[in-house]
Write a protein that binds this ligand. Structure first.
Ligand code: FES
Ligand code: FES
Length: 190
């Protein structure tokens, strides 16, 4: 990000020495990332999105707008969906973070997470750029347990934009996964 680069340059210049002494250049943070303890040093201004993509090579999480408006960067923090572009990495020291790369591990161990399988079955993507964010957001939605109807799914997924307009299939996929999740063993799903 250009602002970060300019801040780095400013801090390295002799004139900015006083400012850099006030703010530590790097801070060590540790979090559980996709079930693995992860420690890294980050600048205080590094977003969680940039830490994931640029420092940890987890490029499944996408940068769309970088302004909290598209949802492409959605990840789960302690089971709650957040926009990682609006979150500083140091704020998540000690948290449990799940990205699209770790979603399968949340399943019962028999393969893809139900939402991943439903997205494939319902053909819920075209270019796929929004899909990691859609799936992470939908996992968060299911954790919240607030959506019951198609309209509620649409409303509560409205922070995730799909420029390909795959919305009907995305909603169908989430509804399918929710129904599978709520279906008691041996019931017919009604
Ligand atoms: S990249 Fe974070 S909301 Fe768009
Ligand atoms: S599938 Fe292309 S942006 Fe959603």
């Amino acid at each position: 990000m250009s602002s970060n680069h300019s801040t780095h340059k400013a801090e390295n210049s002799p004139r900015a020495h006083h400012d850099s002494s006030a703010i530590p250049a790097k801070t060590s943070i540790t979090f559980k990332l996709n079930n693995r303890e992860t420690t890294l040093e980050v600048a205080p201004w590094t977003t969680l999105l940039d830490a994931l993509r640029e420092r940890l090579d987890l490029t499944g999480t996408k940068k769309g707008c970088d302004h909290g408006q598209c949802g492409a960067c959605t990840v789960l923090v302690d089971g709650v969906r957040i926009n990682s572009c609006l979150t500083l990495a140091i704020m998540k020291d000690g948290a449990e973070i799940t990205t699209i790369e770790g979603i399968e591990a949340l399943s019962d161990g028999s393969g893809l997470h139900a939402l991943q399988a439903a997205f494939i079955e319902c053909d819920a993507f075209q270019c796929g750029y929004c899909t990691p964010g859609q799936i992470c957001s939908a996992v968060g939605l299911m954790n919240e347990g607030k959506a019951r109807t198609k309209d509620e799914i649409r409303e509560l997924m409205s922070g995730n934009i799909c420029r390909c307009g795959a919305y009907p299939n995305i909603v169908a996929a989430i509804e399918q996964a929710m129904n599978a999740n709520n279906q008691p063993e041996g019931s017919n799903g009604r």
